[in-house]
Write a protein that binds this ligand. Structure first.
Ligand code: HEC
Ligand SMILES: [Cu+2]
Length: 338
C-alpha cells in the first residue's frame, strides 16, 4: 500500500472511533429513550454528608413515562416514592437499578432513601414535581388540616398525665376484666380516659391498676393488631435509629441532634444549657399517657421544627401515621404484637 493511502486509512479508522462510535451510542440512547416513549433520568444517591440525592428535585409532566436509573457510589441505599407506590429495596454500590412510573396527578411527590446509610440518613430526601403542561399555574391541591390543628393542640407543649399507673398496663389483664367502653383515643389521651372512669361511680369497685389495664385493652382493640404490626415495621425502619429499639430515646442517630426547644428537664435528655438534646423517650409513661393520638400523630406528621425530629407527613399516608402512633403505645402498654 502507498504510505499516504495507509495514513488515510488510519485516519479513517480513527475518525470512526472518535466520531461515529459515540454518535452511534448517543443515537442508540436517544432512540431507546424516544422509541419507547420513556424519559430516562439518572439519579445518584450518596449519603447526605456526600450530597444526598443528585438531582434532589426532578420535574416531569403528567402522564409522562419516566425511567429512573438509580445508582450509588458509596453504600447501600433504598429508594421510595410512597405516593406512587415505587419502591426499590436495595441500591448496591456499582449497580444500576431501574424503575419506571408515570404520574397521573399534577403535584409534588416526595421521595426518600429507606436505609440507615449514615447518621444523617433521614435527610436523604428529594421531590418529583409533576406538572400539567396545559395548566402550569394550577393551584396546588388542598388538603384537610391535620387533626391536631383542627383540635387546636399545641404539639410543642409538655403533656404529662395527672395520674400514672404503678405498673405497666396489660392488654391481656384488661381483656379479662371485660369492661365495655370505647373511648376515642384520637381526641382523648389515656390519662383523660382514666380520669373519666375514676370519676364514674360505675367503676368504683375497680382499683386504679385495673382501670389502666382496661384502658390498655380498649386501646389495643380500637387500634387493631394489623395497624400495630405495620407500625412496628415502620418504627424499626424509620424511628428506632433515633428513639431506640426499646423506645427509650437512646438510638445511635439520636445523639448530637440540635436541641432548640426547652422541654421539661426531668423527662428528656438535656445538654449543658438545659435544652432538649435527644429524641423523646416513649417509655416515659407520664408524657405518653398524657398525649392523645392526634398529638402524637401531629408530631410525627409535622416534625419538631428544629429539634432534630424529622417530619414524616410528606412520606407517610394518613394510615401509616396512625399505624406508627399505635405502635408507640406498646412502649407504655403491654401489647403482644401478632
Ligand atoms: C433523627 C432523629 C429522629 C428520628 C429518625 C425520629 N425522631 Fe422522633 N423525635 C426526635 C427528637 C429529637 C424528638 C424530641 C424533640 C421534639 O419533640 O421535637 C422527637 C420527638 C418525637 C415525638 C414527640 C413525643 C412527645 O411526647 O412529645 C414523637 C411522637 C416522635 N418523635 C415520633 C417519631 C416517630 C414515629 C419516628 C419515625 C417515624 C421518629 N420520631 C423518628 C428525633 C427523631
Ligand atoms: Cu439512607
Amino acid at each position: 500500500m502507498h504510505p499516504l493511502k495507509r495514513e488515510f486509512l488510519a485516519l479513517g479508522i480513527l475518525a470512526l472511533a472518535v466520531i461515529a462510535f459515540p454518535a452511534a451510542l448517543f443515537g442508540y440512547q436517544t432512540w431507546r429513550t424516544h422509541a419507547e416513549g420513556v424519559r430516562v433520568i439518572d439519579l445518584v444517591g450518596s449519603s447526605p454528608d456526600r450530597g444526598g440525592w443528585m438531582p434532589d428535585a426532578i420535574r416531569v409532566s403528567v402522564g409522562e413515562r419516566v425511567r429512573l436509573r438509580i445508582s450509588s457510589p458509596d453504600v447501600v441505599h433504598g429508594f421510595e416514592i410512597p405516593a406512587l407506590g415505587v419502591h426499590v429495596e436495595e441500591i448496591l454500590p456499582g449497580h444500576v437499578q431501574e424503575v419506571e412510573f408515570a404520574a397521573t396527578q399534577a403535584r409534588r411527590y416526595p421521595f426518600a432513601c429507606t436505609r440507615w446509610c449514615s447518621v444523617d440518613h433521614w435527610r436523604m430526601r428529594g421531590v418529583i414535581e409533576v406538572i400539567d403542561p396545559s395548566q402550569p399555574d394550577a393551584p396546588p391541591p388542598t388538603f384537610e388540616p391535620p387533626l391536631y390543628q383542627q383540635l387546636g393542640i399545641d404539639i410543642d407543649a409538655l403533656h404529662p398525665a395527672q395520674n400514672v399507673p404503678t405498673g405497666r398496663p396489660s392488654v391481656a389483664r384488661g381483656a379479662q376484666l371485660n369492661l365495655n367502653f370505647t373511648p376515642d383515643f384520637r381526641t382523648q389521651s389515656p390519662g383523660d380516659v382514666f380520669a373519666q372512669l375514676r370519676a364514674d361511680s360505675a367503676y368504683e369497685r375497680y382499683d386504679d391498676m385495673q382501670l389502666w389495664d382496661a384502658i390498655a385493652f380498649a386501646y389495643a382493640r380500637s387500634a387493631g393488631n394489623g395497624s400495630i404490626a405495620r407500625g412496628a415495621q415502620r418504627y424499626a425502619r424509620d424511628c428506632a435509629a433515633c428513639h431506640g429499639e426499646a423506645g427509650d430515646g437512646t438510638g445511635p442517630a439520636g445523639r448530637d441532634l440540635p436541641g432548640l426547644m426547652a422541654m421539661d428537664p426531668s423527662t428528656e435528655a438535656h445538654d449543658s444549657a438545659g435544652m432538649v438534646s435527644g429524641p423523646a423517650n416513649f417509655t416515659d409513661a407520664a408524657q405518653m399517657l398524657g398525649a392523645n393520638d392526634a398529638f402524637l400523630q401531629g408530631k410525627v406528621l409535622r416534625g419538631g421544627m428544629g429539634t432534630g425530629m424529622p417530619e414524616w407527613g410528606s412520606l407517610y399516608s394518613e394510615q401509616d401515621l396512625w399505624d406508627v402512633v399505635a405502635f408507640l403505645r406498646s412502649f407504655t402498654f403491654d401489647i403482644v404484637i401478632k
